[in-house]
Design a protein around this ligand. Structure first.
Ligand code: NAI
Length: 329
């Protein structure tokens, strides 16, 4: 079977080639899959895509006309796929539901620790011979209240790690599983999370219902100086509202691994170009904002699991026409 691998980076090729061992004809393509590049899928039975590929109705209709029958996501989230259109066109969509919840949970904790103890600022200061401590004051995590929104695979690991720091954990999830959470964690309403948390970390998928979950309305219900962490999907935050909250001190620190308009920025070296996104540029001016470019998943273990599961999904679909990791609208 011929498979077009979109948004392919050097590391995708390395890990997919190793897991494939020559079984499938993988064609690695650098561009994102979108309306402009959909014609590159001609001649392939399957496309393999990542978080910023756009599987809209138009794109799916185009690739279906070429004979593409399978979309293999190299990620867990599927908010970038029009699942109803895929079903209507007879295209199966498969994903990698879990590749390393530890990778993402640990990255969320890295953002918290760096922001709290100003590690990103201290690193630069010390390299310039500036050993002053003004502006680097943090707080003990021990005894602080941490709100976890979404307690699936990643949120659960995150809750356990933060329990280890001696934090009080408040969780919210429409379908919580108390058995998997730390015994000391409390399952509460979103309002209670907003009212009581010193740190709020988002670990839920992006859905039409929770688009801009963090906005003026919800920010107003939070503690002054709250730390917000988002490693899930950018559009869970209304970034303009969060910028206003940063300006007045309502939000005391912001750690992001995702950004609503990241498709035009992340995963590329744009260091020699002008970034036209004024909202993103404004975020970069705050000393208490730390942004990473969708790297939370980026560990060796996760890339091995992504490659192995993606190829297993393709093999299962090829053999049976179905796949345990398929997603439907
Ligand atoms: P999961 O499916 O195991 O858990 C998600 C949980 O969120 C579920 O328990 C679900 O009931 C809950 N949920 C759904 N809607 C909610 C809402 N409105 N409020 C609160 N909870 C809600 O997913 P997993 O593996 O834990 O991943 C979570 C998210 O992390 C993914 O959807 C993806 O967006 C993001 N992610 C980010 C990565 C990165 O590199 N930055 C890598 C992998 C995932």
């Amino acid at each position: 079977m011929k498979i077009a691998v979109f948004s392919a980076k050097r590391y995708d090729r390395e890990f997919l080639d190793a897991a494939n061992a020559g079984k499938y004809a993988l064609r690695f393509l650098e561009p994102h899959l979108n309306e402009e590049t959909a014609s590159l899928a001609a001649g392939f039975e399957a496309v393999c895509v990542f978080v910023n590929d756009e599987l809209s109705n138009t794109v799916l209709e185009t690739i279906a006309a070429f004979g593409v029958k399978l979309v293999a996501l190299r990620c867990a989230g599927f908010n970038n796929v029009d699942l109803h259109a895929a079903a209507r066109l007879g295209i199966t969509v498969v994903r990698v539901p879990a590749y390393s919840p530890h990778a993402v949970a640990e990255h969320s904790v890295a953002l918290i620790l760096a922001l709290n103890r100003r590690i990103h600022r201290a690193y630069n200061r010390v390299r310039e011979g500036n050993f002053a401590l003004d502006g680097l004051l943090g707080f003990d995590l021990h005894g602080r209240t941490v709100g976890v929104i979404g307690t699936g695979r990643i949120g659960t690991v995150f809750a356990h790690i933060m329990t280890g720091f001696g934090c009080e954990i408040l969780c919210h999830d429409p379908t919580p599983d108390p058995e998997r959470l730390p015994t000391t964690a409390k399952i509460v309403s979103l309002d209670e999370i907003y009212a009581k948390s010193d740190i709020i970390s988002l670990h839920c998928p992006l859905t039409p219902e929770n688009h801009h979950l963090i906005s003026n309305t919800t920010l107003a219900r939070m503690k002054d100086g709250v730390m917000l962490i988002n490693t899930s999907r950018g559009a869970l935050l209304d970034t303009s509202d969060v910028i206003e909250a940063l300006k007045c001190g309502k939000v005391g620190a912001l750690g992001l691994d995702v950004y609503e308009e990241e498709a035009d920025l992340f995963f590329e070296d744009l260091s020699s170009t002008i970034i036209p996104d004024d909202i993103f540029a404004r975020l970069l001016t705050f000393p208490n904002v730390l942004i990473t470019g969708h790297q939370a998943f980026f560990t060796r273990e996760a890339l091995e699991n992504i490659a192995a599961t993606t190829l297993a999904n393709i093999a299962e679909w090829e053999a049976s026409g179905t796949c345990r990791n398929s997603v439907r609208g």
